[in-house]
Write a protein that binds this ligand. Structure first.
Ligand SMILES: *[C@@H]1O[C@H](CO)[C@@H](O)[C@H](O)[C@H]1NC(C)=O
Ligand SMILES: *[C@@H]1O[C@H](CO)[C@@H](O)[C@H](O)[C@H]1NC(C)=O
Ligand SMILES: *[C@@H]1O[C@H](CO)[C@@H](O)[C@H](O)[C@H]1NC(C)=O
Ligand SMILES: *[C@@H]1O[C@H](CO)[C@@H](O)[C@H](O)[C@H]1NC(C)=O
Ligand SMILES: *[C@@H]1O[C@H](CO)[C@@H](O)[C@H](O)[C@H]1NC(C)=O
Ligand SMILES: *[C@@H]1O[C@H](CO)[C@@H](O)[C@H](O)[C@H]1NC(C)=O
Length: 371
């Protein structure tokens, strides 16, 4: 919900985004250079080269500067987890560009003027570098028989350092949640271990933002949120992709794609903490859910490793908005992921009929701000 709401906020804003005022960095790169990336030994190695940690330049670090799709170099069947890694690489281009655009739009002074610690710009550059390392790691996980997706052009709803930092907190915790789902799609234990290690890196980014930026207690309770349908979260990031801007060689993103109706809290919502009664909004007028009159639908809320289903009344929709109470028993910590489903617990991805919406609980002040 927060991501969508920020998107709405941006669309309503009369301000021209600092980031959007700049040319988007998604110019197609040099194809002959990009194809060299098919060789996993080409260029700096993540975990060995400081470019993925302590590079403080403005220009995109390797391989973020080589944006074309990398074509297969061998014929044959795809690797066991190629589709999962392709989904993750496409998502990583979104996240990498998010940080790269901020590095280009802001500088050290901008964050200090916004009241943030004088190390903020450096940390953002370091996170950007980590994300560049993820690009390279994911490229190398895809076998030579499959295409390695290139970058699309992206636009993000931030217009100053604070709105950018708010989005950092939402996107990092969303990454942590979708990786708990993606790891269930991977077949090889080595893929699963690599994804866990990536989720841990995103958790460090999240914890940095909670301590240093929002000055809050960083602990999120005994378990972060498991959400099994990773591609549904990835699909919501299509809102950041400039339509028609992806390299033609890229596979569909995410694959498979359900194109579910987007879910958000109604605009007049004042709180998203557990126990709040909220109105549901299906924000895309061209993609609305269809409710069967004889069926019972549920809002299913995922938090920690559990989920709670709350029956909803869809009989008068769309004349009357659908209202639901966020389960009061959840701790006001971490994140809640909500979907609308046609069965309690949304036992399969096909049971989900709208969403997901990502509800940030921590810091709670930010959750309200993002409405
Ligand atoms: C692409 O890179 C290659 C090798 O670095 C260079 O020879 C070529 O001129 C470049 N092409 C363009 C269009 O920049
Ligand atoms: C940051 O950007 C502002 C405005 O563009 C500029 O005035 C300032 O000198 C820059 N500061 C640094 C440290 O580069
Ligand atoms: C950055 O802030 C810290 C703590 O507020 C301060 O001790 C340090 O001198 C500052 N560094 C610079 C370069 O301004
Ligand atoms: C639902 O979202 C749309 C699109 O952002 C917006 O125009 C509309 O006002 C919202 N409706 C409510 C009740 O929040
Ligand atoms: C939001 O609007 C709905 C009707 O559109 C109304 O039923 C609800 O009470 C409102 N909520 C708040 C908090 O104003
Ligand atoms: C939600 O919880 C129920 C009951 O614990 C469980 O059976 C169901 O599989 C869970 N749903 C998902 C999508 O994990």
């Amino acid at each position: 919900m927060a991501i969508r709401s920020l998107l709405q906020l941006c669309l309503l804003s009369p301000l021209i985004s600092v980031a959007n005022a700049k040319p988007i960095i998604g110019k197609r790169g040099n194809f002959s250079d990009t194809q060299k990336l098919a060789d996993p030994t080409y260029g700096p190695v993540p975990g060995e080269d400081p470019i993925f940690s302590t590079y403080y330049g403005v220009e995109a670090p390797f391989p973020g500067n080589l944006r074309d799709a990398i074509l297969p170099t061998k014929a044959g069947p795809p690797g066991k987890d190629d589709v999962v890694w392709q989904n993750l690489l496409s998502a990583e281009w979104v996240i990498f560009d998010f940080y790269q655009q901020a590095v280009e739009a802001f500088n050290e002074t901008a964050f200090i003027k916004a009241g943030m610690p004088n190390t903020t710009y450096k940390r953002i550059q370091e996170i950007r570098n980590n994300e560049a390392g993820h690009l390279r790691i994911f490229q190398n996980q895809i076998s030579p028989t499959s295409v390695k997706p290139g970058a699309c052009e992206h636009q993000f709803p931030f217009y100053d350092p604070i709105s950018f930092l708010a989005l950092v907190t939402v996107l990092e915790i969303s990454s942590m949640a979708f990786l708990t789902g993606l790891v269930q799609d991977a077949k090889l234990p080595s893929s699963q271990a690599a994804m866990l290690a990536i989720a841990e890196t995103e958790a460090r980014h999240e914890v940095w933002s909670l301590i240093e930026i929002w000055k809050t207690n960083p602990f999120g309770g005994p378990s972060d949120t498991v959400f099994p349908y990773a591609n549904q979260i990835l699909d919501t990031t299509n809102g950041f992709i400039v339509p028609g801007s992806c390299p033609p060689e890229n596979p569909e993103y995410p694959s498979p794609r359900q194109k579910l109706p987007a879910l958000s809290a109604a605009k007049n919502t004042t709180s998203l903490t557990p126990g709040s009664n909220i109105g549901l909004n299906f924000t895309d007028p061209t993609n609305q859910p269809k409710f069967d009159n004889d069926k019972q639908y549920y809002a299913v809320f995922f938090h920690g490793i559990a989920n709670v289903s709350v029956p909803i009344d869809t009989s008068c929709w769309p004349a009357q908005e659908i209202r639901v109470t966020i389960p009061e028993k959840f701790e006001t910590k971490g994140v809640i992921v909500a979907v609308v489903a046609d069965a309690p617990g949304a036992p399969t991805k096909e049971n989900v009929v709208a969403g997901p919406g990502v509800i940030l609980e921590q810091p709670s002040a930010l959750a309200t701000k993002l409405l």
